[in-house]
Design a protein around this ligand. Structure first.
Ligand code: SF4
Length: 194
């Protein structure tokens, strides 16, 4: 079995309910969407056998994998998750919620993009819902989203500081009006790590 991979890197989880935890990020290539605010390059860099990925990630003193993208569910399967589970890894995923997620994942982040009620139909439960928010976005009703332990609004960071600050201020105001949500900041961008 092989995967089309953009990059593999070791860092801290920068946002959401696992913020600050060391994690091995495996960014898989390709996405089913083209969001206007997307800041991620998810073009294919190389195709790797699972054994090659295992060899690369085994150099790190960490057992958490984060499957990200792009949209990792374009490639991830039950068999692949099981392969890494049997090697002792814990596995989180960050998905846009358009696909059914494998059983053996240990932490599921759904970050619905655009119209969000599709995510609940496909995956009724998640550990975390994380919504990127730009000034003016409408905050969806939680009932339209999968059940989750955490509900986060994540202001979109851009190269323009004024726009970023406007997005943060907007999120803060929205959370004050809808206190069932919490703020998640992309601290990896704030502290300048990958
Ligand atoms: S779903 Fe995520 S990775 Fe895909 S285009 Fe949208 S923001 Fe980018």
């Amino acid at each position: 079995m092989s995967l089309r991979v953009k990059e593999i890197f070791y860092s801290l989880q920068g946002e959401g309910g696992r913020q600050g935890e060391a994690s091995i990020f495996i960014r898989l290539a390709d996405c089913n969407l083209r969001c206007d605010f997307c800041d991620t390059d998810f073009t294919v860099k190389e195709t790797m056998l699972l054994e090659q990925i295992l060899e690369q990630i085994s150099q790190y003193p960490c057992l958490w994998i984060v499957w990200t993208g792009g949209e990792p569910m374009l490639q991830l399967t039950d068999e692949i998750v099981l392969f890494f589970k049997e090697k002792g890894f814990l596995q989180a995923i960050e998905s846009n919620g358009h696909y059914w997620l494998p059983e053996n994942l240990d932490y599921k982040v759904i970050s619905p993009k655009g119209k969000s009620d599709y995510a609940k139909k496909i995956n009724p439960q998640a550990d975390e819902i994380r919504l990127p928010i730009q000034k003016g976005d409408i905050i969806p009703n939680q009932k339209s989203l999968p059940e989750a332990r955490f509900y986060f609004l994540s202001p979109v960071f851009t190269d323009d500081k004024t726009t970023t600050k406007a997005n943060i201020d907007y999120c803060v105001e929205q959370i004050k009006q809808h206190p069932e949500w919490c703020l998640s900041l992309q601290i990896h961008k704030l502290i300048g790590i990958e």
